[in-house]
Design a protein around this ligand. Structure first.
Ligand code: C2E
Ligand code: MG
Ligand code: MG
Length: 450
């Protein structure tokens, strides 16, 4: 009897032991699974999922006065580092960075490598200096690579963690490719700029298809012969019936995303159409200048496209003036000059826009194939040294003319500027003094009296 009871007790213990063991193993494997789900295996620290979880908890625990910032960064040209030094080295760089982050973050902070070479940190801080000091430490400890940081100071706690991250990312984007600055704070101006950029990129294709891009023409006036002698085509974006967007807002974005080529060709086509209309009415058309971006000159079919558009409307090439700004004259200028020369050889007029606004040297003028130089309005707005200004302008005009190049003065608004240019022997003037850029119909009325 006693033996049976003892037997039962032993059996019960064994049974309990087995159950406990099963529960223990389950918990252990659960932990392993959790660890796997929350670890970044390159660095051995948290991944994005764990980061998100921790950030949520830290922000929940934080008191009203605690300030937190989302800081994100990545490695400049990380792909190149991987290609040159191999993935092993790439991974060891990532691990070193994570070790630095581990050593500098406190209990109420956290970090993770969230993808490729992208790291996120949640930092606690009092002043911006605190954040900058942390960044400096990271940079000093990892000086083999260049890092770019974006910072979002969390003000609105209702947003998602991804939204904080996105804002920090926008700040970072604003300094990408800028070698001198390696961090930026998100601000309202940045948000507005990016919202506008986003709006523009989403609507540009639609706008082109729906004729929202409109060609305005600004006349050029010859003060010697007292006649209009040409015009410049300037694009306007009629966004809504009442709202215009001006080139300075969208051209830089189009230059970045490549859409500029479509716009430039579209405006060229509008110019050709207008010249054709005048021919068909028996009027002798004046040349039209069309602005082209540097980007266009590096497209293989650039010349063919221009020629095809002009041929479609049977336009003599000499009626199209191709404007490219002085600020484009950098980098691969050989290609730029070669394309310009080919265009000039087949009959187009080549014009350098905004001359004097950038850094190109007068010496360069010997080598660039040019028919026209447009003096930037900056030349004419210095009214402190009128006498010296007059000398500079007179000499520049004379020098350009001696090189066999025509001169146009841009942005002329007053009678005194006109008189000064007359004395400097500059005959062709473009600017509000004679006329603002006009819709085609108004331009025709003013210039051709039709
Ligand atoms: P830009 O080619 O130098 O054009 C002259 C700019 O000066 C125009 O600005 C014109 O409206 C403005 N302007 C003319 N007269 C005066 C004046 O008397 N005073 C002042 N303050 N300004 C004057 P807009 O139309 O806003 O164009 C700005 C720039 O955008 C242009 O400078 C050109 O670089 C670019 N752009 C315009 N249309 C096109 C285009 O179709 N394609 C490309 N790639 N760029 C374009
Ligand atoms: Mg221009
Ligand atoms: Mg200009």
């Amino acid at each position: 009897m006693i033996i049976t009871i003892i037997g039962w007790i032993i059996l019960s213990f064994l049974f309990l032991g087995v159950i406990l063991y099963i529960l223990y193993s389950k918990a252990k494997s659960q932990k392993t699974i959790e660890k796997m789900a929350y670890t970044d295996f390159v660095t051995g620290y948290s991944n994005w999922r764990k980061f998100e979880l921790d950030v949520r908890n830290l922000l929940k625990k934080a008191s009203q006065n605690d300030k937190h910032a989302m800081v994100i960064f990545d490695i400049d040209k990380f792909k190149a580092i991987n290609d040159i030094y191999g993935h092993k080295k790439g991974n060891s760089i990532l691990k070193d960075i994570a070790d630095t982050l581990d050593s500098i973050t406190h209990n109420n902070e956290t970090f993770a490598r969230v993808s490729s070479d992208n790291f996120n940190m949640l930092l606690s801080y009092d002043t911006r200096e605190d954040i900058i000091n942390v960044i400096k430490k990271i940079i000093i400890n990892n000086d083999f690579v260049n890092l770019s940081f974006g910072i979002y100071e969390i003000k609105d706690k209702s947003l998602s963690i991804s939204a904080y991250s996105d804002r920090a990312s926008l700040a970072k984007l604003s300094i990408k490719n800028n070698r001198d600055i390696n961090f930026a704070f998100f601000n309202d101006e940045l948000r507005d700029k990016l919202l506008l950029e986003d709006k523009i990129e989403k609507k540009m294709e639609y706008a082109l298809e729906n004729n929202q891009f409109i060609m305005y023409l600004q006349p050029k006036y010859n003060i010697k012969s007292e006649k209009f002698c040409g015009s410049e085509a300037l694009v306007r974006w009629q966004y809504t019936e009442k709202e215009f967007i001006y080139p300075s807002d969208f051209i830089p974005i189009f230059e970045k995303n490549g859409f500029i080529t479509k716009i430039d060709m579209y405006i060229l086509e509008q110019a050709c159409k207008e010249i054709r209309t005048l021919f068909d009415k028996g009027i002798s058309p004046l040349p039209i200048s069309v602005n082209f971006s540097r980007v266009d000159f590096f497209k293989k079919d650039f010349i063919t496209k221009i020629v095809n558009i002009c041929d479609k409307y049977k336009i003599p090439y000499s009626l199209i003036e191709i404007e490219i700004t002085e600020s484009s004259m950098f980098g691969d200028t050989d290609t730029l000059f070669e394309v310009s020369r080919s265009l000039q050889d087949i009959g187009f007029i080549l014009s350098m826009d905004d001359f004097g606004s950038g850094y190109s040297s007068v010496n360069m003028l010997k080598n660039i194939p040019l028919n026209v130089i447009k003096l930037d309005r900056g030349f004419f707005i210095d009214d402190k040294n009128i006498d010296k200004n007059q000398i500079v302008i007179k000499s520049i005009v004379s020098l350009i003319k001696q090189l066999g190049i025509r001169v146009v003065a841009e942005g002329i608004e007053t009678k005194s500027q006109v008189e000064m240019l007359r004395k400097a022997n500059c005959d062709i003037i473009q600017g509000y003094y004679f006329s603002k850029p006009l819709p085609v119909k108004e331009f025709e009325k003013l210039v051709y009296k039709i």
